[in-house]
Design a protein around this ligand. Structure first.
Ligand code: SF4
Length: 440
């Protein structure tokens, strides 16, 4: 029986997307039905991101659009979850009169009871307390998610690193790992439902197991997952460079299901800036790890995050970032202008960089990386890549999928492969953002 409709809008990282999947599963268990627009919903949930100022602004604008809807339908329940909820808490409830509840990262499992309470008592709820055991970490989202071919699985959440610019330790709390048997059970369940690939999520997967105190660690977890029959591919994100070591590189080289791709955020090419960011490594230490990876796994694709315009970043510091990009030659990067976040050390650092300089620097970074990415894509023309088909484009019937190195491949021809098939594809054209190929 339907208990009403719900709509979820998600901003931010994969961890947020996966949290939304868990919240959708919980709402479905309550008897609510998902709808594609907020206009048709009785419960509207905005799962927020506050990693950058722009992402936070989007939340306020989304909330503004809900005001007339709530006026039309006063029984509509509006909820803000995620990082902005965690950071702004009661302040958000005070400022946004039509908001019913804020739900922090540690309280996701409480969502159904929060909605019941609001329905019954009409009270406005602040559920943003941190707990020592995050219940939502132990929830899985069976059979949900963006794809029928692959799924996210959280292995740990939170972060204890406190990089100078980052809100995550404040919004998600300290590192907490899931017991390995729970992760293995979830992955087995997903494989039984037909998933061929999983992406293991954690703010710093290298910290996996440290808090469990039973000797387990991330490479050991990977070894166990690799034994699961029917699981073709394992990916993971994110790995902190300071904690990345030979044991994980060895696992990547040895375990057949572990894909040859790693996201290893550098953030800056200047040691001075890295120190101010509190990243815990120098450029030389970082590049030594990249070299080790490339020696052990010659095909490995490496991606990174970069921040430009961190407070005090001089022209010389920025030149070092550009030269690091040229030397390391990433397959792809995600680059951002520094954005001061409330409560972080970097918010009040002197020498904040004017926005027009940040924008110009970002443009230079994009130009270099676009050229390098295109070089990689063109160099793969003629190469045969194992491709996992993820879907079929509507209209054209063109299958698309990803290589083990996480590159998107669009197949030439229609309906020549089905989602879930793992097939050899000859790359025929390398484009700026993707590859074109034909089934061999
Ligand atoms: S490692 Fe640093 S950037 Fe990454 S989540 Fe933790 S504090 Fe944020």
């Amino acid at each position: 029986m339907s208990n009403g409709n719900f709509y979820i809008e998600t901003y931010g990282c994969q961890m947020n997307e996966h949290d939304s999947e868990k919240m959708a599963a919980a709402l479905k268990r309550m008897g609510l039905t998902p709808v594609p627009t907020p206009e048709a919903a009785d419960v509207v949930l905005i799962n927020t991101c506050s990693i950058r100022e722009k992402a936070e602004h989007k939340v306020y604008s989304a909330l503004g659009k809900l005001k007339p809807l709530k006026k039309k339908n006063p029984l509509m329940i509006t909820v803000v979850a995620g990082c902005v909820a965690q950071q702004r808490r009661a302040d958000l409830l005070k400022k946004v009169g039509h908001l019913d509840a804020v739900v922090g990262a540690h309280q996701i499992s409480e969502l159904p009871s929060i909605i019941r309470r609001v329905r019954k008592t009409k009270e406005r709820i602040d559920a943003t307390q941190f707990t020592s055991r995050v219940e939502s970490l132990h929830l899985n989202a069976p059979g949900l998610g963006p794809s029928r071919v692959w799924s996210y699985v959280t292995v740990m959440q939170g972060c204890s690193n406190f990089c100078a610019y980052c809100v995550v330790p404040f919004t998600r709390g300290p590192e907490q790992s899931r017991p390995s048997e729970e992760v293995i059970r979830d992955v087995r369940g997903l494989v039984n439902k037909g998933r061929r690939e999983v992406t293991l999520l954690g703010q710093n997967v290298n910290a996996y197991g440290r808090d469990l105190g039973n000797g387990t660690n991330f490479p050991r977890l990977l070894q166990e997952l690799d034994r699961i029959e029917g699981l073709a591919r394992i990916r993971f994100t994110t790995s902190h460079p300071k904690d990345f070591g030979t044991d994980l590189a060895r696992a990547m080289a040895d375990l057949p299901s572990l894909c040859e791709h790693i996201h290893l955020p550098l953030q800056s090419g200047s040691d001075r800036v890295l120190k101010a960011m509190g990243r815990g490594y120098t450029l030389a230490e970082y590049t030594a790890k990249v070299e080790m990876l490339r020696q052990m796994i010659p095909k490995v694709a490496i991606t990174a995050d970069m921040i430009v315009g961190f407070p005090g970043e001089s022209d010389e510091d920025f030149e070092q970032t550009l030269s690091a990009l040229e030397r390391i030659r990433y397959d792809q990067i995600f680059s951002f202008k520094f954005s001061p976040r409330a409560g972080t050390r970097a918010q009040n650092l002197p020498d904040q960089i004017p926005d027009e300089i940040k924008a110009a620097r970002l443009k230079q970074v994009h130009a270099i990386q676009d050229r390098i990415t295109l070089d990689y894509h063109r160099a793969s023309e003629g190469v045969i890549e194992e491709t996992l088909i993820e879907g079929i484009k509507e209209g054209s019937g063109q299958p698309y999928g990803r290589t083990r190195t996480n590159k998107i491949v669009n197949l030439d021809g229609s309906n020549c492969a089905a989602p879930g098939e793992l097939i050899p594809v000859k790359i025929t054209k390398g484009l700026k953002h993707s590859l074109v190929g034909e089934r061999v």
